[in-house]
Design a protein around this ligand. Structure first.
Ligand SMILES: Nc1ncnc2c1ncn2[C@@H]1O[C@H](COP(=O)(O)OP(=O)(O)OP(=O)(O)O)[C@@H](O)[C@H]1O
Length: 225
């Protein structure tokens, strides 16, 4: 479902270009979950941004299903992202001026694929039924992240990208949110790629991949198993 082929990315710095990703390849099949691990600064967020089409790589290709994300302009990448990719980031990125119900339906509406029955089911499963009329600022962090998960899944994406989705939550809330996300991802049958520092979160996913020095660190991955 997701195929990443030899992705490379450098950023310009005053000392010259700094290579963050140096030929990273990975695959996540439909219904599979992969944890992206590695020290701070190892390029996890950069990789997720490239896969989401929020930025373009220097080299390499990204395919979401049969569609290539790379090789498109900004508008083309945005269109593919809207159609096929759900994003859950550490900071919840909800629209402050929209209610919970409208935040949940936001991306699905943009894509013209609103499914009232599925959205109602997500709302129920995420424990948000009593909160649909509230605005994000009236919610706890855990509640906001549940809305973000619902929004990402409302259009039944082929791929969910999560960047430290429980990083801003306390341990108990993080466990609950992670459990809900994994259950709903499994129900949707999509692929999940999740960046995390937490070995505990990573252990709950099907597979793990460790980045180091811009490359996939096979030895660290064996140690993480
Ligand atoms: N827009 C940018 N311009 C220049 N350098 C950048 C930019 N974005 C990221 N970097 C650098 O790229 C490297 C990788 O950053 P990235 O955020 O991808 O790492 P990460 O593994 O997600 O880190 P963390 O776990 O701390 O979130 C870092 O050294 C960072 O300073």
């Amino acid at each position: 479902m997701l195929r990443v082929e030899t992705l490379s990315k450098s950023y310009a710095t005053p000392q010259g270009p700094a290579t963050v990703l140096d030929g990273v390849s990975l695959e996540v099949g439909a219904g599979r979950t992969l944890a992206l691990m590695g020290e701070s600064g190892s390029g996890k967020s950069t990789l997720l941004h490239l896969v989401a089409g929020l930025d373009a790589p220097d080299e390499g290709r990204v395919f979401v299903g049969d569609a290539e994300m790379t090789g498109r302009d900004d508008a083309g990448r945005a269109a593919l992202r809207r159609e096929r990719v759900g994003l859950v980031f550490q900071q919840f990125n909800l629209v402050a001026s929209l209610t919970v119900a409208d935040n949940l339906a936001f991306q699905a509406r943009l894509a013209g694929r609103e499914d009232g029955v599925w959205t109602a089911r997500l709302t129920e499963r995420l424990g948000l039924a009593a909160l649909t009329g509230r605005y994000p600022e009236q919610l706890s962090g855990g509640q906001q992240q549940r809305v973000a998960i619902g929004r990402a899944l409302a259009l039944r994406p082929a791929l969910v990208l999560a960047d430290e989705p429980t990083g801003a939550l306390d341990e108990t809330t993080a466990e609950t949110v992670m459990t809900l996300m994994l259950e709903l991802v499994a129900e949707t049958g999509c692929a999940l790629l999740m960046a995390t520092h937490s070995a505990r979160c990573a252990a709950r996913l099907g597979e793990r991949l460790v980045l180091r020095g811009g490359r996939v660190d096979a030895a660290a991955m064996r140690a993480a198993e």
